[in-house]
Design a protein around this ligand. Sequence first.
Ligand code: PXL
Length: 281
Amino acid sequence: MKRLLTIQDISCVGQCSATVALPLVSACGVECAVLPSAVLSNHTGGFSSWTFADLTPELTNVEKKWNELGITFDAFYTGYVCESQIEPILSIMNSCAAPGAIRVVDPAMADGGKLYAGFGDDFPSKMAKLCNGADYILPNLTEAAFLVGDEPKLSGYTHDDIEFLVTKLHGLGAKNVILTGVSFKDDELGSAISDGKTIEYDFNPRIDRMSHGTGDVYASVFAGSLLRGRSAFESAALAADVVCEAIRNTKEDHWYGVSFEYAIPLVVKTLFADNAGSKDK
Ligand code: PXL
């Protein structure tokens, strides 16, 4: 079984970051190790306040121990992290990599045209460093714009705009770009999947509802599915289907996250459909 390390915060309540990655990566049939970068009482998206314990010094402590024990990973998946953690994380991705290890970077820092609470205007340039050398980056449209120094637009992107944006994202040093939140028609929403040579698009019917944590659900399933041998396009399509299933199963008054738990059967059914549960593909 492949082993993935996710590095992101634990928001104790809020169905995001590590509390989403752990169950979903596991459901993919991939061992999920967790290195919490911070512990928050709850996420910062919609709650009026939160506690924040920064675990930056622990990243280096843990790295030293893993180096001593010879512990390595087949993949790294990073999400919400803060500025002081970028260099320690790059170091871990170098020193703890198994041969051929892949890096999946979700530059979780913004949505809806705005940076998340607590991130300064210079943070995107720091996050861009994590994208440099990543095998896959998964920005939403707002994150993508900030990463390349553009003003974010909430709508009105043409095919040419998206392709230009994707090219600029590759320019950060990322091999594959999965740009989410792409839409050319009012009734659909999807992703652009680019390996630097070709761009493919995956669309689902738009569900008109703002939901927290969907980027984390998407990135977790994407990373898990990739490690089970699916292509980037197949993994992006499964990730989007899981997000839609999660949103559809989330009650109207459940505002702080999505009930992704109801979508776990879809992950398992898809990735174990060939009855290859006991084998890595
Ligand atoms: O879902 C992204 C995320 C992760 N972690 C924390 C957050 C958010 C989004 O607001 O606040 C702490």
